[in-house]
Design a protein around this ligand. Sequence first.
Ligand SMILES: [Zn+2]
Length: 314
Amino acid sequence: MLSVSPSPKRGNHPHVLILVCLALLVLGGVGYAWYGRASDSVSGPAAANQAGTGVSKVYSQVDTPNPANVEVESEKPNPPLGLPLEKLGVFCDNPRDPVKQVALTFDDGPSQMTPEYLNVLQSKGVHATFFLIGKNVQRLPGMADMIAADGDEIGNHTYSHLNLAKASVTEGVYDILRGQDCIEQATHQKPYLMRPPGGELDVPAIKAIQKLGYRIVFWNVDPQDWKKGATPEQIIGNIMTNLRPGDIILLHEGKLQTLTALPELIDDIRKQGYQIDTVSGLQGAPRRRGPAAAPFAATPAKTLPEAHPPGGAA
Ligand SMILES: [Zn+2]
């Protein structure tokens, strides 16, 4: 985003000091603007809420749900944020987990296959975390509450599988809240875990999501189960290689190869002496920290100004 020219060769040139000072000033200004944007952007919807606009009300005025399922091509961890994700408060795994425990997570549901996923989990006595897309929750009524009724954990994966690094902060907040609203209406539970679609995030998005009261959850094991041609054997093999305590395993909903792999995968993980739990069941995992910030009223994104500069910050 910002490149600094190599320093002139060392010498007793007084202008070198001036150049360094100028560079520091520019860097400081950009850094302030970058970090400051998140809170600025979130204040818009928050202010709207004070005016009494309800989230659900606003959602109902927007477009009707797209009947097509949301297609997802890739999940890409560890975006180039300049800092390790952990330092930004993003939970990727729990390497200090004293217990041999791993978490299974399923993204992009619910789907027509959700009951079959749940059957496998139930028959094996396992609980998992499902990061749901709001649009799919609307499209398939009854599925999200089925997941919740089984005692599995539900997290937010936005309403439309929005790329949060490319969208403006305001658009991102709107989409997250819209997804949250779908989950709350279906399950009467407010999610507090959030997984960014595709693992796409930038620093303003992270700050905004955290302001909403969410704990952001990534993963550290990606067996690429969503890829065309991926076989159950490959998926199991990719996961079982170097499995470690505290790992968070990324899987997807609505994929036949993943569903087929699931029973054997659970057996293999247990054979290595691991317990399987939800993300919040991991020792040292993010916990709910009281009620989320007062709900923001989302305003239709189309009417809001662009909060990101062209090209985004990361
Ligand atoms: Zn996804």
